[in-house]
Design a protein. Structure first.
Lengths: 280, 773
């Protein structure tokens, strides 16, 4: 369980990193926290010839208010996001979700950008990004573009990130005053990959409910039926029926952690529980 | 014998070293000119090996690539200490030829300058396979058209036998009531934190070998190395320094140790091999993997009349050196701590394309307790008795002692001491066990479950020890045991200090090295205290007597009027003398005034137990909270009443029990080695093979009951495994009650380990649809 040989680069800025990506193409992989890539390399499931370490780049790790957005630098450690007062106040769903990401030790290394770019179906951060309608900033040699979360995540471990692009930050809409959030997931053990997860946010300011389901589909899904049924105060239809409709609309994953039938049940429970918690 | 007050160390002697990174494990051994080895292992569950071509690996810089053709001992096999006579012998080859029969079976060994290069080269060894049909389950193996694993295993049956006492058929037929259920115990493994590994250093000039290895049985490894490599045993030194856990998975010599040693001889360089976690899950022996059908016959008063069982064990692709010991133990102890006059257990060991089966903490006893303790709860419900009452009516009571136990692996033994009914009562009272079901603040059903486990401890008779005193009065203890977490450095030093009359701080333990003592066995089967500590006790007691005789000479006094305390010789009156043990040691040594030819003041003792087993009972109570919508459950409280005999160190005893309970909770809820339909391993890492961690551990409350066994002078019972034996049935009995507080439940779905929330939910669904109709 030792990785194959690779060439290691530690660029000083994003431009230098991009130049390396352009030069080496598919042979290169970016590394930040390494919490997914390093095990893959040790199993030799990933054998990049070139490793571009983003940890030497200043300015990729930050958390700041940017107008009506909360902008978080891609190389920000997950634990720093969790401990940020700004995130807790203005992006409470991100704080609630990140609590479930791995363990203290892995969160101290793992980055928010790494977790998003990895696009694991069970990722709590991907679920939060989709539920909140976050946008990701991608920098390439040709320039910078902003991509909405629902356009960024394409499939299991597959994103719209081009081989010569780098995620530099992610921006979440700042939560209006009085926002309340709920995040629940079902796991075999705390810190394991989720079997089913749900995230819900209700903001009295804009009168909106946002809801998402994670870990049961290749890409977490926003629950539009429930969101549309919210009248600023309650749901215009029966909660259980709405939840059932959301779940019936998607193809459910199955693996050794849980079969599709069980996942469907758990998804319904955690989604209904999140909404129930906020509407109680 | 009165019960001595238990001592509890605040800190174990070994821990400062171990928790500050100053342990010396196998991977800490770095020798000049050392090279690294990697095994090429089969990715196929079942295939013919058409060819092995190492040219590309050698071109890439491999120092050597060994296959079976390079092993002069390829035609021989590891030494088999004892096998059940019904075993049809098929041992794995050191390196496979012609055919591979499980994923992870070693085929070749690649040697390179470092581990990275060795893995690079291993990937370049071209093995051509012709895949064969695979057997991924026992059912498939027993099908009439199943592929055959071995010519010597017709029908893929590796062994079969029946263990019986009395006439179970007749008694069952006559029993007014009976219950029969199927129980599935999934495949699990010991999963030590430190994987296996070894460093071999062959001295070609002297044809002598030193092997550092992560093992529980260094003497057995020495025996095999000597035999297979043709080196005299006295020129083979096996060192098991610090060992990071074993749990039974290191209690046998392995093929890799022999091949690594041979490679060192061949290359004339030290060779290191460290197993990685994937290999550990593929190639270190697995355990459990029993399907058991158990039938209990009883009368209207709940008295057990007959027990009939059938165990189908999925033993994997070969019978390894431990034989089928878990099946032997499970059938021998099928009746647990209960009086069941008629017993019959049929065992069928079935071959599949999986890793061979061997021992893991409890070694057959958790496998036996799980079906029995679940079935007993069903019988209690059927009769309207409490779980405690039905057990009380059947437990072996003090009046029944000594109670004979016939086992295939240890012969005729007896339960000669203990008060099982009293322990049961204390468990009920102490735990606050109750049989009604509550609902907690989160809406979960909360119920209690109870189960009893009988641990047979101290298996394998002999252990050796030597105690030596230096001229400064320091005491050195040599033991034939190994240590992999048991705290021997603390416990054995205390045993020696007490017997000899010195302060514990003056005693140092050395073990895990065959050069220390000519003979020993190691640490497994809860034998460390029962056999190992008694050997130390014997040596220290003899040494004390000898020291007093010498003291008598030096003080011109009758030895009977002298005693030893704090390392000083005192008169029986308590009056101090000028003599300390160091003075006596100096007098005995060469040039000393009492020198008679001895090199030092020392004694060696071999402890040999006549009663091969010392039994230890434990009663477990689990409080479990169940979420009815998801099947998720949590152990929220846990209570254990345990009889360990004399506690040599209370904290270490409690650590063993609590650790085993947590191990058992993982085994009940989480852990399973999974294979797919092609016998491909699905759980190749710790993201998939789940074990309990601190977050899953409930509060574990303990109550100690002490009765003194007569099997050994220290009056101790083993404690390594009792904590795991009844955990799963205690949890399942609680869940069964939580699902159906009043009525019967379609509980068959609960009788599978690990018990996933998914499986529990299916039972909840069935129970609720039953209620509706």
């Amino acid at each position: 369980m030792k990785p194959a040989a690779f060439e290691f680069h530690r660029p000083r800025d994003v431009d230098e990193a991009l130049a390396l990506l352009v030069r080496h193409g598919e042979a290169a992989r970016l590394i930040a926290g390494g919490q997914s890539l390093v095990p893959m390399m040790n199993f030799r499931l990933a054998t990049p010839n070139i490793l571009i370490d983003l940890n030497g780049i200043d300015g990729l790790a930050f958390i700041r208010r940017d107008g009506d957005l909360v902008r978080i630098g891609a190389a920000t450690r997950q634990q720093d996001v969790l401990e940020s007062a700004l995130v807790r106040t203005h992006a409470p769903l991100v704080a609630a979700s990140i609590r479930h990401v791995g363990h203290y030790v892995t969160r101290c290394r793992g980055t928010i950008g790494g977790s998003l770019a990895n696009a694991d179906p069970a990722s709590e951060l991907v679920l939060a990004a989709i539920t909140l309608g976050a946008s990701l900033t991608l920098r390439g040699a040709a320039g910078t573009r902003s991509v909405a979360a629902q356009d960024f995540f394409l499939d299991t471990m597959t994103t719209a990130l081009a081989p010569t692009e780098i995620v530099t930050d992610v921006a979440f809409p700042a939560a209006p005053e009085g926002t309340r959030v709920a995040f629940r997931e079902h796991v075999r053990r705390h810190g394991d990959f989720a079997i089913a997860s749900a995230a819900v946010q209700i903001s009295p300011g804009d009168g909106r409910l946002r809801a998402g389901l994670g870990a049961v589909t290749p890409v977490p899904v926003a629950c539009r039926r429930i969101e549309d049924a919210f009248d600023g105060d309650g749901l215009r239809a029966d909660l259980d029926a709405l939840v059932a409709a959301e779940i019936a609309a998607v193809e459910i994953l199955a693996d050794i952690r849980a079969g599709a039938g069980h996942r469907r049940r758990l998804a319904a429970v955690c989604l209904a529980d999140c909404i129930g918690e906020l509407l109680a | 014998m009165t019960v001595p007050k238990a001592t509890s160390s605040l800190l174990r002697v070994e821990d400062r070293r171990l928790v500050t990174g100053r342990g010396r494990f196998v991977d800490d051994v770095h020798l000049d000119r050392m090279v690294n080895a990697v095994f090429v292992r089969s990715p196929h569950a079942h295939a013919e090996i058409v060819s092995i071509d190492a040219r590309r690996a050698k071109d890439a810089g491999a120092l050597a690539v060994l296959t079976a053709a390079d092993l002069p001992f390829a035609g021989e096999s590891l030494f088999i200490p004892r096998w059940h006579p019904s075993v049809r012998k098929v041992l794995p080859k050191f390196l496979a030829t012609e055919r591979v029969r499980h994923v992870g079976e070693p085929i070749a060994m690649v040697l390179a300058a470092d581990r990275y290069a060795a893995e690079d080269c291993a990937a370049l060894v071209d093995v051509e396979y012709r895949p064969l049909d695979t057997i991924s389950t026992c059912t498939a193996a027993l099908a009439h058209d199943a592929p055959q694993l071995h010519g010597a295993w017709p029908g893929n049956v590796a062994a079969s036998f029946t263990h019986s006492v009395g006439d179970a058929d007749a008694a069952m037929a006559a029993a007014p009531r009976w219950l029969v259920r199927d129980f599935r115990y999934g495949r699990q493994t010991g999963l030590p934190l430190e994987t296996r590994g070894c460093v071999a250093d062959h001295d070609s000039g002297r044809n002598a070998l030193t092997l550092w290895t992560s093992t529980q049985v260094h003497y057995a490894v020495r025996q095999n190395l000597a035999m297979l490599l043709g080196i005299p045993e006295y020129d083979v030194r096996v060192v098991a320094g610090d060992v990071g856990g074993g749990f039974g998975s290191k209690s046998r010599p392995y093929l890799e140790e022999i091949v690594v040693a041979h490679a060192s001889r061949l290359l004339r360089r030290p060779v290191k091999w460290i197993e990685d976690r994937l290999e550990n899950l593929q190639a270190t022996t697995h355990s459990r993997a029993f399907n058991t059908t158990l039938e209990l016959g009883y009368d209207a008063d709940g008295r057990f009349l007959a027990l009939k069982g059938r165990i189908v064990a999925d033993v994997g692709a070969y019978v390894f050196t431990s034989g089928i010991v878990t099946a032997e133990v499970a059938s021998s102890h099928a009746a647990g701590p209960y009086k069941i006059p008629n017993l019959s257990v049929e065992v069928v060991c079935v071959g599949t394309n999986k890793t061979p089966l061997a021992t893991y903490r409890g070694s057959g006893q958790p496998e036996a307790a799980f079906p029995l303790e679940c079935l007993i709860d069903l019988a209690a419900r059927a009769l309207g008795l409490s779980a405690a009452e039905i057990r009380a009516r059947n437990l072996i009571a003090p009046a029944d002692l000594p109670y004979g136990v016939q086992s295939s692996y240890a012969g005729k033994c007896s339960i000669e001491s203990g008060d099982f009914p009293a322990m049961l009562r204390r468990a009920v009272v102490g735990s606050l066990y109750r049989e009604d079901v509550e609902t907690d603040a989160a809406g979960r059903r909360v119920a209690w479950g109870l189960a009893v486990g009988l641990e047979s401890t101290g298996f394998l008779n002999y252990e050796s020890a030597r105690v030596q005193i230096d001229a400064r009065g320091n005491v050195l203890v040599f033991s034939g045991l190994t240590s992999h977490g048991q705290g021997h450095a603390t416990t054995l030093a205390r045993v020696c200090a007490k017997a000899l009359g010195v302060d514990e701080e003056r005693v140092t333990l050395r073990l895990g090295d065959t050069q220390l003592l000519p003979f020993g066995r190691g640490t497994f089967a809860s034998r460390g205290t029962v056999v190992g500590a008694n050997a130390v006790h014997g040596a220290a007691t003899r040494l004390r007597e000898r020291a007093l005789v010498y003291a008598g000479h030096l003080l011109q006094s009758d030895p009977a009027t002298l005693t030893i305390a704090g390392g000083r010789i005192l008169r029986a009156t308590g009056e101090a003398t000028t003599l300390g043990l160091g003075d006596i040691a100096r007098a005995v040594q060469p040039y000393g005034q009492l020198h008679e030819g001895a090199l030092a003041l020392e004694e060696t003792f071999i402890f040999d137990t006549r009663n091969l087993l010392t039994f230890a009972l434990s009663v477990h109570v689990a409080k479990v909270a169940l979420e009815l919508r998801t099947g998720e459950y949590q152990v929220v409280d846990y209570f254990v009443v345990h009889d360990t005999g004399v506690m040599l160190d209370q904290k270490i005893v409690e650590g063993q029990i609590i650790g085993a309970v947590v191990d058992g909770i993982g085994g009940a809820m989480l852990s399973e080695i999974l294979y797919d339909g092609e016998a491909q391993l699905l759980t190749g890492g710790m993201a998939d093979y789940l074990v309990a961690t601190a977050a899953e551990a409930p509060r574990v409350r303990l109550e100690h009951v002490t009765t003194i066994p007569t099997t050994n002078p220290l009056g101790v019972r083993g404690v390594g495994e009792g904590g795991i034996i009844p955990v799963a049935p205690a949890i399942i009995n609680a869940l069964s009650r939580a699902i159906a507080p009043t009525g019967a439940v379609q509980e068959q779905g609960l009788f599978r380990l690990p018990l996933t929330p998914e499986a529990v939910l299916a039972v909840i669904d069935a129970a609720s649809s039953q209620r509706r109709t």
